[in-house]
Design a protein around this ligand. Structure first.
Ligand SMILES: C[S@@+](CC[C@H](N)C(=O)[O-])C[C@H]1O[C@@H](n2cnc3c(N)ncnc32)[C@H](O)[C@@H]1O
Length: 266
């Protein structure tokens, strides 16, 4: 695609089974984002980066939409979407190229951090919201947690750096802005007032090793694509060792996960 706001090292090969292992924890921010949205009775909704679509179906039902379109670029995720719900559709596509006719709500839960240049991205997404409509998105903000920093640090050492061709996947933390910056951007785009919230979701995982299973479903996905199955498993083993060394092998393990929730109406 190649726009300035293009995806940043975003993988296509997602694993819906791995992603769903923490479905209960991952849905908490979805519920909170949905609670910020107004009903759209008989209206139109687009869910960008909809994944395997269970939450898109819920969005559709709970907001009373007539037509909801879920868009994702992973065929593996889309293969699992719910079928037969009236007014609910899915399509393979890239957020980078999304520019459909304006809708009542543009929603994106845990997907926009895979895109770069958020000021340009939000300007463009604002144009896909009809007058009086809403834009709602949630992005992770825990890129300074060891679960994230150690993945990059292990990947930047031999033999993984060589196997990655000398280049790490782009740091998605570099895409995500500070909460205040999102508020200013959305205000500048016409939201009166925008609503932006930083929230730490506290997840009590069975043990520290579960953090590895968590990030295997998301953060580590580009490494799998770049290293191939065998190289990836070696990488995960090295990462697990480093992570447990740093965080301690604890049971249970408290995983505090910061996220930014944004809602705007224009
Ligand atoms: C962490 S999952 C979130 C899925 C869903 N929104 C949820 O809350 O469960 C991120 C999803 O964004 C999709 N994604 C990432 N970059 C994308 C892009 N540039 N265009 C379309 N989908 C993208 C991935 O394929 C993945 O399914």
């Amino acid at each position: 695609m190649g726009t300035s706001e293009d995806r940043v090292g975003a993988p296509v090969t997602w694993d819906p089974v791995q992603y769903r292992r923490f479905a209960a924890e991952r849905r908490q921010p979805f519920d909170d984002l949905l609670a910020l949205c107004r009903q759209v009775p008989g209206g139109t909704v687009v869910d960008l980066g909809c994944g395997s679509g269970e939450l898109t179906a819920e969005l559709h039902r709970r907001l009373g939409a007539a037509d909801t379109l879920g868009i994702d670029r992973s065929a593996a995720m889309l293969a699992e979407v719910p079928a037969g719900v009236e007014g609910l559709h899915f399509a393979e596509g890239d957020i980078a190229g999304f520019d459909g006719p304006p809708v009542d709500l543009v929603f994106a839960n845990a997907s926009l951090h895979w895109m770069g240049d958020h000021p340009a991205l939000l300007r463009r997404l604002r144009d896909t919201v009809r007058p009086g409509g809403q834009l709602a998105f949630q992005v992770p903000a825990n890129f300074d947690h060891p679960s994230h920093t150690l993945a990059r640090s292990v990947a930047s050492e031999p033999p993984f750096l060589e196997a990655l061709g000398g280049e790490l996947p782009a740091d998605r933390g570099g895409s995500v802005l500070a909460p205040g910056a999102y508020a200013e951007l959305l205000y500048g785009l016409g939201a009166r007032p925008p609503l932006v919230r930083l929230q730490v979701y506290g997840h009590e995982l069975a043990s520290t090793a579960e953090v590895v299973e968590w990030v295997r479903g998301t953060l580590l996905t580009p490494y799998r694509e770049m290293l191939g199955e065998e190289g990836y498993e070696r990488f995960v083993t090295a990462y697990r060792r480093r992570l447990l060394g740093e965080l301690g092998d604890r049971s249970p393990y408290f995983y505090g996960f910061a996220r930014i929730l944004c809602w705007a109406s224009f």
